[in-house]
Design a binder for this molecule. Structure first.
Ligand code: SF4
Length: 634
């Protein structure tokens, strides 16, 4: 066994209830790093082409990275990977919190779940052993009650639980996997995949110590970081406001989705500002494993109508916009209540809010009527309706049963697939950033292997000025010239490819991007030193970027086999319209021909055939992925 990882991967066949432990060596971890790198390897090898994502043959992989659990800031994440019930693509989603480190301390780097249990179960992991336990008695419980019950049954408050809730068991296509009640593998509906396997939760209690190569270096790096991260405005803002400050910042920039992306700013941001949030809701700043940034929000709200259970945490920016501004709602208390409901049932707030916004616009256009909605007057701007619909979706009650299918399935059902208000890409709803203000976010929405997502790469606004910390920190990667956020040039695509690879490095290592440059304040040099102190490797950034590319090429190989190609890399028509308001109001920011050209150049740069979506043979061989080439050719 090396340092930083256990070398053990647990395989669980939920149908036969058999478990098996696979041993892995250092070369494996240097090749794939962990997280999505591990996940896609099993997805591609084990899942037959063309299956329904809910078929027992699909896998759900929960995988840590080699730095997950290290005693330094922002080293807490793990990935969930499987064929996505929302998009039909290779699905992935990373979560911060505490579960990843605990999984490793319980004896495993990753778990590969396959098959389907006949009755609801949970998986209990401790001391390198796995046990499948009955979960039939969890049936109607919320996430908090499930966590408490498992802790009581297994006799420790230190147990960490990753679970899907009622929404996952009901196969709501955007159900998530929640850990610590307020950290999420939020996107791609991987909670619905978990539910389809009849596994409600994975509970871990770590009794083993993770070995680190140079503990003293890590201790000093952690101390320095804790003392200095607030000296940088990026670190300080995250501590003071978390992500809640973005509603006002993005509104000022004209990048805040309002009224289902028909507007991009609020006339008055005061009701949803970071300061209002801190005064109205904030009770305490919360963090993740070993992280002093504490950007998570602990809230208290005893309002008679919208009172919330504080264990579910407070809404972050994406939720403030998805359940708020994009639905024409600016009541933070109601948004906090909507957030609590999503967390209790384990649903992605972005997809939930966007699906409601889509249905409201369909209602407005007469595509659906009260006959379809069970008598509901489906209008945005109504907090009580938003809250009621969230409950109905999770329980698949009445009209909620339809909404639980997500925007793109409904768009096909209602015959509005090509309408501008179908704001999804490859089946996944757009997150809360208008790409008409930051173009590479739009490129990310279109080319992402797992549908529209805002976490595919760092956003354009961090690289507009030469003297800034984010810009300086990416110069060693070959980005030498500041770029305007709305440039749509070859240089922009080149920088996107570089930043996408860097983001994938952090995902695979198990790092949170808020901790590390360019978005966070720990430099890439220190990140590399910490990795080598964890593992005892002599890794270089070059080696890490190659490992990240392997993950992406495996995902692309899977998608190509499923029939995905450049035709699916579309951006919703509304985003090509002139900017509705804010800076550049009335101006068309980019033309579809220029955007499509950028996407084509992206394929050429990364080494994939645009028409088939298939990675070129030479690219796979360069990355040492001969087995993927054989799989695709076989
Ligand atoms: S920066 Fe925030 S989300 Fe990231 S690990 Fe730290 S506390 Fe968690």
């Amino acid at each position: 066994m090396g340092y930083g990882y256990t070398g053990k991967i647990l395989h669980v066949d939920l149908g036969s209830r058999k478990t098996e432990v696979e041993d892995k060596n250092d070369a494996f971890y240097r090749t794939y790093l962990g997280g999505r790198g591990i996940g896609y390897q099993y997805l591609l090898k084990k899942v037959p082409p063309g299956i329904d994502p809910f078929a027992p043959e699909n896998v759900l992989v929960l995988a840590t990275g080699v730095m997950t659990g290290a005693p330094v800031a922002a080293s807490c994440r793990f990935a969930a990977v499987g064929k996505s019930p929302l998009t039909g693509t290779a699905g992935e989603s990373e979560a911060a919190g505490f579960f990843g480190p605990e999984l490793k301390k319980a004896g495993f780097d990753a778990i590969v779940l396959q098959g389907r249990s006949e009755s609801p179960v949970y998986l209990w992991l401790t001391d390198g052993k796995a046990e499948i336990k009955d979960a039939a008695h969890f049936s109607d419980l919320g996430a908090r009650e499930v966590e408490d019950t498992i802790r009581k049954e297994m006799g420790s408050d230190k147990i960490r639980v990753a679970q899907t809730g009622l929404a996952g068991m009901n196969r709501v296509r955007f159900a998530n996997i929640t850990n610590n009640l307020s950290n999420f593998n939020g996107r791609n509906g991987l909670g619905a995949l978990m539910g389809s396997k009849n596994i409600r939760a994975v509970a871990a209690l770590g009794k083993k110590k993770i070995r680190f190569h140079d503990q003293e270096f890590l201790r000093q790096a952690a101390q320095t970081y804790a003392k200095t991260f607030r000296d940088n405005p990026l670190g300080d803002a995250l501590y003071v406001y978390g992500t809640t400050i973005f509603a006002e910042l993005l509104s000022a920039a004209g990048a805040l989705p309002v009224d289902n992306f028909r507007r991009s700013k609020l006339d008055d941001t005061a009701p949803v500002s970071g300061d209002t949030y801190n005064k109205l809701l904030l009770k305490k700043r919360k963090g993740c494993h070993a992280c002093p940034v504490r950007c998570k929000r602990g809230i208290a709200l005893t309002d008679p109508k919208y009172g919330v259970d504080s264990r579910y945490g407070g809404p972050e920016y994406e939720t403030i916009a998805a359940l708020g501004s994009n639905l024409n709602i600016t009541d933070l208390k109601a948004i906090a209540k909507g957030n609590e409901i999503c967390n209790r049932y384990c649903m992605d707030t972005i997809s939930a809010g966007m699906t409601i916004a889509f249905a409201c616009e369909c209602f407005e256009n007469g595509i659906i009527t009260k006959e379809d909605t069970g008598g509901l007057e489906l209008r945005s701007g109504n907090p009580d309706l938003m809250i009621r619909l969230l409950e109905m979706i999770a329980r698949r009650e009445g009209f909620g049963d339809l909404l639980a299918e997500g925007t793109s399935h409904l768009a096909v059902k209602w015959g509005v697939e090509n309408k501008p208000y179908n704001l999804s890409v490859k089946g996944q709803e757009l997150p809360m950033h208008d790409p008409r203000v930051k173009v590479s976010v739009g490129i990310g929405y279109a080319i992402s292997t797992y549908g529209a997502d805002h976490m595919t790469a760092s956003h354009d606004n961090y690289f507009t000025e030469e003297g800034t910390f984010p810009f300086q920190s990416v110069m060693p990667l070959g980005i030498y010239k500041p770029m305007h956020p709305t440039d749509i040039t070859t240089e922009k695509v080149r920088s996107y490819v570089v930043l996408e690879n860097l983001w994938r490095v952090m995902d695979a290592l198990g790092l949170c991007v808020f901790g590390y440059a360019p978005r966070g304040v720990m430099t890439l040099d220190v990140m590399l030193q910490c990795l080598n102190a964890v593992t005892g490797w002599n890794a270089s950034l070059f080696e890490l970027i190659k490992a990240a590319e392997r993950g992406t090429m495996m995902a692309r190989a899977f998608n190509s086999r499923e029939g995905f190609n450049i035709k699916h890399d579309r951006l919703p028509q509304r985003l090509f319209d002139p900017k509705p308001d804010g800076p550049n109001a009335g101006k068309k920011v980019f033309a579809s021909a220029d955007f499509n050209n950028a996407v084509r150049i992206y394929y050429e740069m990364i080494g994939c055939d645009a028409e088939t979506g298939r990675p070129y043979r030479g690219k796979l061989l360069e990355l040492g992925l001969e087995w993927v080439e054989e799989l695709l050719s076989g």
